[in-house]
Design a binder for this molecule. Structure first.
Ligand SMILES: Nc1ncnc2c1ncn2[C@@H]1O[C@H](COP(=O)(O)OP(=O)(O)O)[C@@H](O)[C@H]1O
Ligand SMILES: [Mg+2]
Length: 406
């Protein structure tokens, strides 16, 4: 069959990969620019939202804006071996600082991490004091080297709290260190940017009223219909095939994506693939086909699914059927009403297990919510119980709307 001469699929193929166009985040970009132009010493940013809403991609954008504006950027994604205690967080920070310094200046060829660690070990005081002492020296050097300041940015920062050893507080230590640096001296500007699931903000503010004032919260919501359409159309238009992509099909893909950037990329990628196979035409294409939904199952959800034990899966099945479908949140008490074979304590333990496996997160006191969109649908497809759970009906009920649902 004739193949389209386009090799590269423009849509992003995995979480964290920068999209072909970053749609619908202009307001947030503007907020960030303002914070860089008019630096406020206690101005820090928290970005929250479900998985797949575009936080990591947005951080990449923030980073390039900050670097263009002359700011030094330090940080990483905490999902890889999240530090479980203050000391581990301090080491992680030193390692990230060493990595950024290395890319900034290759000249010494020395091991920056060893140098920083040495300074850290010799500095007096508690973890916060030691880290502050090292950071202060480096940040001063950076300002002397004409940087406007330093941005310390951590992605998936909720894990600092979720994975902490009981009694330890790596998230609090990080915030304390930045706060200490900010109050010590405004000539060495530093701002903290944290991104993560919605409960990150609660973790930051619980019990510490000052932290609320320290952060500017940027909650990420689904994209509007208009932005979703743009995010799908622009990459297609680039290849000038849009005229052959029926409007109905695009509308359908926008409906199915429900404004979630991860699904926009997924469906766009699938459609683009089909278009290539069909020599540039998307006429008569059935969307979404079972094959497309199967691919969706095999994507990011499969990693989380594979981490679940048989018991976890069985409880997830119970949860999906027992929770009040209309509501986004659920509590152990609510579930027990429809799952009489389990008592509330048992349900609480099982919910905690799903939380530890990143399937759900604590959305408000006593309540949980799914951490990634369409978890219910994807799990239900695996349980293959179409009589109890009708995917199309579920979609119709949860139709994409302008409501601000994280
Ligand atoms: N504003 C956007 N417009 C279009 N696609 C986006 C946008 N933001 C992110 N994406 C795409 O959505 C997917 C999920 O983004 P990601 O940044 O990994 O989300 P999160 O970090 O919130 O889980 C990626 O494939 C990314 O390319
Ligand atoms: Mg991410």
């Amino acid at each position: 069959m004739h193949q389209l001469s386009v090799k590269e699929n423009p849509f992003s193929s995995r979480p964290g990969q920068y999209p072909p166009v970053l749609c619908g985040r202009d307001k947030e970009i503007e907020i960030w620019k303002q914070r860089l132009y008019h630096f406020d010493p206690s101005g820090n940013v928290v970005i929250t939202g479900l998985h797949g809403l575009g936080k990591t991609s947005f951080l990449q954008n923030m980073r390039s804006v900050a670097q263009k504006e002359g700011w030094f950027w330090v940080g990483s994604d905490l999902s890889h071996a999240p530090p479980q205690n203050e000391e581990a967080m301090a080491q992680r920070f030193l390692s990230d600082l060493a990595t950024s310094l290395k890319s900034f200046e290759e000249r010494s060829g020395g091991n920056y991490f060893e140098i920083l660690k040495n300074e850290y070990t010799q500095a007096p005081g508690l973890t916060v004091d030691k880290l502050k002492a090292v950071a202060q020296q480096i940040f001063t050097g950076l300002v002397e080297a004409n940087y406007k300041g330093t941005v310390v940015a951590y992605d998936e920062a909720h894990l600092l709290n979720d994975c902490a050893i009981p009694g330890d507080n790596p998230l609090g230590m990080l915030v304390e260190t930045i706060k200490a640096l900010q109050t010590a001296d405004t000539n060495r500007p530093v701002q903290l940017v944290l991104s993560g699931l919605p409960h990150l903000f609660n973790a930051l503010t619980s019990g510490q009223s000052y932290t609320e004032r320290m952060f500017h919260l940027i909650p990420f919501y689904r994209l509007s219909r208009e932005d979703s359409e743009k995010a799908l159309k622009i990459p297609f238009a680039h290849y000038q095939q849009l005229s052959r992509c029926p409007d109905g099909l695009l509308k359908n893909a926008v409906d199915w994506s429900e404004g979630y950037p991860c699904f926009i990329q997924f469906f766009g990628r699938e459609l683009f693939q089909i278009m290539k196979r069909k020599a540039g035409s998307l006429d008569q294409v059935q969307f979404p086909s079972n094959a497309i939904l199967d691919h969706l199952d095999g994507g990011s959800f499969s990693t989380r699914w594979n981490s679940l034990s048989k018991n976890d899966r069985s409880f997830l099945n119970t949860l999906i059927h027992a929770k009040q479908n209309e509501s986004l949140e659920f509590s152990a008490e609510e579930i027990s009403e429809n799952a009489k074979h389990l008592d509330v304590e048992e349900i609480q333990l099982k919910l905690k297990r799903l939380y530890r496996k990143s399937i759900i997160y604590p959305s408000s006191p006593g309540h949980y919510a799914f951490a990634a969109p369409k978890t219910e649908m994807m799990a239900a497809r695996r349980f293959e119980n179409p009589t109890k759970f009708n995917i199309l009906r579920w979609f119709k009920r949860n139709r994409m709307g302008p409501q601000k649902t994280a």
